[in-house]
Design a protein around this ligand. Structure first.
Ligand code: ATP
Ligand code: MG
Length: 148
């Protein structure tokens, strides 16, 4: 196991359903650390660029509309095998196929509106973290002894 970083997005339906704390709690209970977090309402350009890998797919326009339909929370998760750990906590893309107890099985309405995004590999994790936090905002988990 190696320490990794993964990008997570709590998508507009997750924020609207007031699930930020619930979702962050699941990450923390699984031992993942939040090292960056920010709320943002994506523009069309940002949503299109973020999901550019899907631009030839028939669902692309709906995906972009969904991602810009309300604010999202973007997070960087850090921990052992953080990329796979996050994907396990999220569950399968289609909530109908997601294992019980995963975020998508518990809260998602459909394959279109599925509550969370997670990086799917080391390369995309790097790219996605740079996309949202390239200008800063990552806070390493250092803590000084303030009793001295
Ligand atoms: P994400 O990238 O958001 O973490 P994922 O990696 O599980 O999800 P992808 O195949 O990358 O799944 O699809 C990106 C997103 O596009 C999905 O989360 C979902 O919102 C939407 N999507 C994927 N497949 C479909 C589909 N067949 N019909 C409609 N929307 C879809
Ligand atoms: Mg994906």
């Amino acid at each position: 196991m190696s320490v990794e970083q993964a990008l997570s997005i709590i998508k507009p339906d997750g924020v609207q359903k007031n699930l930020v704390g619930e979702i962050v709690g699941r990450f923390e209970k699984a031992g993942l650390e939040i090292i960056a977090a920010r709320m943002i309402h994506l523009s069309r350009e940002q949503a299109e660029e973020f999901y550019a890998v899907h631009k030839e797919r028939p669902f692309f326009d709906d995906l972009v509309s969904y991602m810009m339909s309300g604010p999202v929370m973007v997070l960087v998760l850090q921990g052992d095998s953080a990329i796979n750990a996050n994907r396990k906590i999220m569950g399968a893309t289609n909530p109908a196929d997601a294992e019980l107890g995963t975020i998508r099985a518990d809260f998602a309405e459909s394959i279109e509106e599925n509550i969370v995004h997670g990086s799917d590999g080391p390369d995309t994790a790097l790219q996605e973290i740079a996309f949202f936090f390239g200008d800063g905002g990552i806070c390493p988990r250092t803590r000084q002894d303030c009793t001295k």
